[in-house]
Design a protein around this ligand. Sequence first.
Ligand SMILES: N[C@@H](CCC(=O)N[C@@H](CS)C(=O)NCC(=O)O)C(=O)O
Length: 221
Amino acid sequence: MIKLYHSAGARSFRALWALEELSLPYELVMLRPLARSQYPNYLDINPLGTVPLMLVDGRRMTESAAIPHVLGCRFGPTDLVVDPQEPEYPDYMNFLVMGEATLTFPQTIYLRYTRLEPGKDGTAQAATDYANWFRARLRAAETLMGSGGFVCAGRFTMADITVSYAVQLANVIGLRDMVSPQMQDYVAALQQRDGYKRAVAAQTAAPVISLADAETELSVR
Ligand SMILES: N[C@@H](CCC(=O)N[C@@H](CS)C(=O)NCC(=O)O)C(=O)O
């Protein structure tokens, strides 16, 4: 049994997209953005207070780059993960982690100081610095990318989910100018996938849980 806690457009979209690519049954719990402050008891089930939270076979996962890989390994076999015996395995793992650790991380600093906590002393410069950092890292990542419209292994994998989400995030938080036309084309092609479209439809159709429902939905007791 798989249960995913998600907020529209958040990094938990990586997990949702992976679930749809694998056509797995799951329960989707839609939360308001900034769940920790919206639903105080969310911390009962996820002490980090972040999304994603995924419960799978009674285990708890909170990292959006790890979840797609674990789903593929646990519920495969599937070409969406690269097997350790394939030569491209190191490239795959590298891009899988890079999507979050190298590409999304600087964007979260930018987002924090432009949208969540704007106007604090010195933070405007930090926002600019991290926007430039993001641009440089994305350019560098691009030089490492494989052929055929995918980051590696010549096919669509979970690493494409983690990397392309970072580009999509850039487009919605004001960093679109930092993304090259080639990277925009790469993402636009992936957005034509049925799994991607089903994930978007799922997050649109599911109701966001109310504070009243949160009493039971988010409680471990
Ligand atoms: N490294 C984690 C970060 C998760 C994370 O920070 N998620 C954001 C949404 S994109 C969040 O929940 N922020 C709200 C908060 O920190 O209160 C991952 O990749 O899943």
